[in-house]
Design a protein around this ligand. Structure first.
Ligand code: NDP
Length: 331
């Protein structure tokens, strides 16, 4: 693989220019390009420039509105709803998070439901932005089916990611952000392309048999959830929260509606914020720090989020796949 060195400013410009040339107005392009740049900055490369061709396809097919103006509504004193106006999720998140912070700081708990958006990004952006305001954040979203519920051989769940962030005073937060499938489908496709095996238990072939051959999973097979029936229960919970509770599409409904242009399907997102200041009272930070110290004292432990936050300190260029750069410039 040949790579091209790009600064973060160049990454932003590449994303912004391709979005504006293909139907995004300045506001939407700025928001999405910022999310993409932050993903490259942190080394979340599967959700950085890699996603731009898909973003552009969905603008070209007019599935996604490049001039969306999400609208905010208070459903109760501490439940905020954002209607995304069929735009990309980062625009709705930008509108909803400040209001979520406000209601959570007042009531201790706040809920943000986002509907009628197209999510193609990592979820740590939203949970981490809550932790930066001294709040705990949990977010989840559903996607088109590629994962079988425990016991089944056919897909029903999306790779359904969930993220959690815990604030720390004067330190970067603890953040985990993970798909509930054994592996992201993109990684299975890369393993197939490169001729690598995947661990047994990653997925099933088209006959419903366990396989370590990624091509058999990607072509007519299915992924499994992590941790067998336990991960399956969490993936199911995410369907219920992000679709059932938010009032948007379940993964199977998103598939039925989607035009398969390669861009993100429509769906919802569920976000909850909790205030440790109001719920735990004084010293919650010191108390949690003693727990993190205990964890870190065990050999081999690292805290989730540390890898990204370390990458973030690097101000130099990032190595971007040259074919991808060429492809984005041609769009
Ligand atoms: P990974 O398996 O790479 O990582 C999951 C989490 O585990 C991360 O928070 C990571 O922290 C942490 N972690 C990894 N290794 C360790 C370790 N040794 N010790 C402690 N913590 C560790 O993520 P996934 O492949 O499951 O998901 C990748 C991304 O895909 C997510 O950002 C998710 O939001 C996104 N996604 C988005 C979808 C959408 O529809 N929008 C659909 C599916 C996935 P760290 O970051 O520090 O490495």
């Amino acid at each position: 693989m040949t790579s091209t060195k790009l600064s973060l400013e160049e990454i932003y410009k590449l994303a912004y220019d391709s979005l504006t040339k293909n139907g995004c107005d300045d506001y939407n392009a700025q928001t999405v390009a910022t999310t993409v740049t932050h993903a490259e900055r942190d080394g979340s490369v599967s959700h950085g420039l890699f996603r731009i061709p898909g973003y552009i396809s969905s603008l070209k097919s007019k599935k996604v509105k490049g001039n969306a103006r999400p609208k905010i509504k208070l459903l109760t004193q501490n439940v905020v709803q954002v209607d995304g106006d069929y735009g990309f999720a980062p625009t709705s998140i930008k509108v909803g998070i400040p209001k979520l912070v406000e209601v959570c700081n007042k009531h201790g708990v706040g809920v943000l439901t986002i509907k009628n958006t197209h999510h193609f990004a990592a979820l740590w952006h939203e949970t981490e932005s809550l932790a930066e305001k001294n709040l705990i954040g949990i977010a989840c979203t559903a996607y088109k089916p590629s994962v079988a519920p425990a016991g089944a051989k056919k897909p029903l769940f999306g790779t359904n990611p969930i993220s959690f962030a815990w604030p720390r005073k004067n330190k970067t937060p603890i953040v985990y952000d993970m798909a509930t499938s054994t592996m992201a489908m993109g990684e299975v496709q890369v393993a197939a392309r490169d001729g690598h095996k995947v661990p047994m238990g990653t997925g099933l072939n088209k006959n419903g048999e366990k396989t370590d051959n990624p091509s058999e999973i990607a072509n007519g097979g299915v992924l499994l959830t992590f941790g067998d029936y336990k991960g399956s229960a969490i993936a199911m919970m995410i369907e219920l929260l992000a679709a059932g509770l938010v009032g948007d599409l379940f993964s199977f409904e998103a598939k039925d509606e989607d035009n398969n242009d390669g861009g993100p399907a429509r769906g919802g997102e569920f976000i909850i914020a909790l205030s440790p200041d109001l719920i735990a009272g004084e010293n919650w930070n010191e108390h949690a720090e003693s727990f993190f110290n205990k964890m870190k004292s065990l050999d081999g432990v690292r805290l989730p989020g540390e890898r990204r936050h370390k990458n973030r300190l690097n101000n130099s260029t990032r190595n971007i796949n040259s074919d991808l750069v060429k492809k984005i410039k041609s769009l």
